[in-house]
Write a protein that binds this ligand. Sequence first.
Ligand code: SF4
Ligand code: SF4
Ligand code: SF4
Length: 307
Amino acid sequence: MNRRQFLGWGCLGAAAPLAGGRAAASEASGAASDNARGVLVDTTECVGCRKCEWACNREHHLTDEPLESYEDTSVFEQARRMDTAAYTVVNRFDNARNPERPIFMKVQCMHCVKPACVSACLVGALRKQDAGAVTYEGWKCIGCRYCMVACPFEVPAYEYDNALTPLVRKCSLCFERTQREGESPACVAMCPPMALTFGRRSDLLALAREKIAAHPDRYIDHVYGEHEAGGTSWLYLAERSFATLGFPTIGDAPVQELAETIQHSVFKFGLPPLMVLGALGLFMKAFDEAGKDAVRKPAASGEESAV
Ligand code: SF4
Ligand code: SF4
Ligand code: SF4
């Protein structure tokens, strides 16, 4: 049964909780596998060329524009968020210590070690792979958008403009591409100054610690993603507080409680799922519009959230 048939038969309410909620929740638990890979972003190396954006868009058939069109730096005048047409974006932040060299932050799905989106998904459309990626199977998705509510980084985007077969969109950590021997994600392969390093998460953490120890004047003593939200596959080094670079301040505990509350509400109280979905749809639409309004404001200071 594909998603369109599923919706068409009008059995959304009854089938969604039964289809895989418990399986989805169990897939989200468990420690990072030894095989888990990720990316270390050294933001002190990033020059804001946006070639990673182009490489991602081309890899995922989101653009047919030439690379030169990404040399337009006027996009940095507003902080941007990921959306259905861009799984990654680079934002610019003022650098008071060195005005000639602003700070650039590439953002995308963080591929959490214990992803709340996976826990929230009632039908197992999102899955944490042993290799580290959090992948999505559109044919399973019922469009409930619980994943959007659950994600602490506000990553998943929804195709509101696609009335018949809307999908959730986000970075896949180039899962299919990286299954091939020797291949790295498209954005990593493209990055000219090699600000992005693909590898085993444990190796990346060791590399990050080495860099901090070797250059304490260059980096703050914080690897973002080592512990946040239970750990993420994308890890970041920076020269100043991540809170001033648009990254949310999140505790070390996995953000699965909200996700599990959503599921438990459906299971325990037998909430009519169509009622939940309708209310959630209105909420998410308003949330999405509010988010777009927020990022339309110019990034006049380093305090603006861009994630
Ligand atoms: S950042 Fe959000 S969408 Fe990505 S894995 Fe984590 S919870 Fe899921
Ligand atoms: S890992 Fe792949 S999908 Fe994710 S931002 Fe990079 S190129 Fe895009
Ligand atoms: S390609 Fe590399 S240097 Fe250029 S914007 Fe992306 S991360 Fe920064």
